[in-house]
Design a protein around this ligand. Structure first.
Ligand code: URA
Length: 232
C-alpha cells in the first residue's frame, strides 16, 4: 500500500445516520439488550440472506473498537464476528502489536452476511453491501459506540471507513492517520485483513501486511499512552 504524501493532514468528520433500524434500539441500551433486539432486525432485506444477525462482541468498556464491513461465511454460520480467515489474521496482527483481542470490541457496519451463490458448487460468495443497507444498519453501530465509548475507533477497509468517515476517505492514501473526532476521541482507517488475504501475489501481501502492522502499532502505542495517563 503506498504511503500517504502531502494529503496526510486531510480531516474527516464522522457522518450521521439516515433511514434505518433506529426504532428497534431499546431504551437505555446495554450490549446484551442491543444484541437481543438486533436478532429480529429487518431494517433492510439482508435478514433474508443471512443465517442470523452477527452482532459485535467484546467488553463493554473496551478502549478500542474495530469495525469491519459485514460478517463473512464463517461468521454467518457461527454467529460471531471476525472468527474466519480475516479474523484469524486480525488476531495474529493484534498479538504482534501487543493488543489483546479479549480487550477489544469487534463489530461490522452491516450485521448480516450478503452473498451470492457461486456459479458452480455450494460456495457463498461475499457481495459488497449497498449504501442503503449500510445506512439501515447504522443505528446498531451508533448504539454500540454509545455503550462502549471506545477511545479509538478503527475502521477496517473502505466500506467501514467510507461509511463512517465519508466517501473521500481512501484507505490507500489515508490509512493509519489517527484523527480526533467528536464521536470518539480518535478514529483511524486501515486495510481490511480480508484484502491482505486476497492480495494478488506474495510481495503485495507482505507489503499490505506490513502497513497493517504499522497502522495497528500506532493504535497500540496510543492506548498505552492513554492508559498511562489515566493511571497517573
Ligand atoms: N469480514 C468482516 O468485515 N467482518 C467479519 O466479521 C468477518 C470478515
Amino acid at each position: 500500500m503506498p504511503r500517504r504524501s502531502s494529503e496526510a493532514h486531510r480531516q474527516f468528520s464522522v457522518k450521521p445516520a439516515a433511514k434505518d433500524a433506529a426504532a428497534l434500539i431499546p431504551p437505555s441500551p446495554t450490549l446484551a439488550t442491543l444484541q437481543q433486539a438486533a436478532r429480529s432486525c429487518k431494517a433492510c432485506d439482508l435478514w433474508k440472506l443471512g443465517t442470523q444477525t452477527v452482532f459485535g462482541e467484546g467488553p463493554a468498556r473496551a478502549r478500542v473498537m474495530f469495525v469491519g464491513e459485514q460478517p463473512g461465511d464463517s461468521e454467518d454460520k457461527a454467529g460471531h464476528p471476525f472468527i474466519g480467515p480475516a479474523g484469524r489474521l486480525l488476531d495474529e496482527v493484534l498479538a504482534e502489536v501487543g493488543i489483546d483481542r479479549a480487550e477489544v470490541y469487534v463489530t461490522n457496519v452491516v450485521k448480516h452476511f450478503k452473498w451470492v451463490a457461486a456459479q458452480r458448487g455450494k460456495r457463498r460468495i461475499h457481495k459488497k453491501p449497498r449504501h442503503s443497507e449500510i445506512e439501515a444498519c447504522r443505528p446498531w453501530l451508533d448504539a454500540e459506540l454509545q455503550v462502549v465509548m471506545p477511545e479509538v475507533l478503527v475502521c477496517l477497509g473502505a466500506s467501514a471507513a467510507q461509511a463512517l468517515l465519508g466517501k473521500d476517505f481512501r484507505v490507500t492514501r489515508d490509512h493509519g492517520t489517527l484523527m480526533k473526532s467528536d464521536l470518539v476521541p480518535y478514529v483511524t482507517g486501515t486495510t481490511h485483513p480480508a484484502s491482505i488475504l486476497r492480495a494478488p501475489d506474495p510481495e503485495a501481501r507482505e507489503q499490505q501486511r506490513k502497513d497493517f502492522v504499522r497502522d495497528l502499532k500506532k493504535v497500540s502505542e496510543l492506548i498505552r499512552r492513554e492508559r498511562k495517563a489515566s493511571a497517573a
